[in-house]
Design a protein around this ligand. Structure first.
Ligand SMILES: [Fe+2]
Ligand SMILES: [Fe+2]
Length: 277
């Protein structure tokens, strides 16, 4: 299969204020807390991605890939920063159990980077496959997702999604150069998909429980609709997901350039101009 050329990776430094974001900023409490849960893993998760890739930077000779690593790390650093601000909002709202969960996952990721750098890099590449998939979902279905969110949260997700699509091949390209292994790739996506899903459910259920909504039938109906309904978050992801398991897969097999061309001007107008000011 022919691959599209790698996308340009632009480092944006947006400022998004979470002042005034209501407790339930999505269509309903389940959607809000599922996405809150995902967001709350990013401050440490993104730092883990960066450490995992930078651990191999000195082994990369190709100047374009070295430059892509630099831009990838800068983008993920910005994602960490803004999702940390969002996490602080959640802690201030009383979801303090998120901080304890992050202490545990931070410790686990730290051990992983130090003791199992190859698996950490492969895990990062695998999780970047998931974020690239979700980026396509979020950007291509504004009616289903960002269109019905509080504007600050919509801006956070759209900006992050765009940059995930821009740098989707960086960790993969590093992995292919320093530790190419199809079984490792397969195992790391399978195990990380399950691990991330359970982590998100644990955090989402915790926040719904804090709100007194976990055991309501309506909450479960919201969950079904959000995950599997007409615009469901997981709906239609199968072919995109399974692509990874094929031998010879490359992230650029999916040509995201029409999507990037469409959304870059919109998101740059919001971010680059403000950041350079
Ligand atoms: Fe990111
Ligand atoms: Fe990423």
């Amino acid at each position: 299969m022919s691959s599209s050329p790698p996308a340009a990776i632009t480092v944006r430094r947006p400022r998004i204020s979470f002042d005034g974001v209501p407790r339930h900023w999505g269509r309903d409490p389940f959607e809000t807390h599922f996405l809150n849960a995902l967001s709350s893993t990013f401050p440490d998760g993104e730092a883990f991605f960066v450490r995992s890739v930078l651990a191999y930077r000195e082994q990369i000779d190709a100047p374009e890939l070295r430059e892509a690593i630099r831009a990838f790390a800068a983008q993920e650093g910005q994602h960490s920063r803004l999702h940390a601000e969002h996490l602080q909002m959640l802690i201030d709202q009383g979801y303090t159990g998120l901080a304890a969960r992050n202490r545990l996952t931070r410790w686990m990721m730290d051990v992983s980077v130090r003791r199992a750098p190859r698996a950490s890099l492969a895990g990062t590449a695998a999780l970047e496959h998931l974020t690239a998939m979700l980026a396509r979902k979020i950007l291509n279905d504004p009616e289903g997702f960002t269109g019905r969110m509080h504007p600050a949260m919509a801006a956070l997700w759209q900006w992050h999604a765009l940059e995930e699509a821009e740098h989707k091949s960086v960790a993969f390209d590093v992995l292919e150069r320093v530790a190419p292994s199809h079984p490792l790739r397969v195992w790391m996506l399978a195990s990380n998909t399950l691990g991330l899903f359970l982590e998100i459910l644990d955090r989402a259920f915790y926040m719904l429980w804090k709100d007194g909504l976990l055991f309501r039938r309506e909450t479960w109906a919201q969950g079904w609709r959000f995950l599997f309904g007409t615009h469901g978050f997981l709906r239609g992801l199968g072919p995109d997901y399974w692509r990874w398991y094929r031998r010879g897969f490359h992230p650029n097999d999916v040509d995201d350039s029409p999507m990037l061309d469409r959304f870059r001007p919109l998101i740059d107008a919001e971010t680059v101009s403000r950041a350079s000011g």
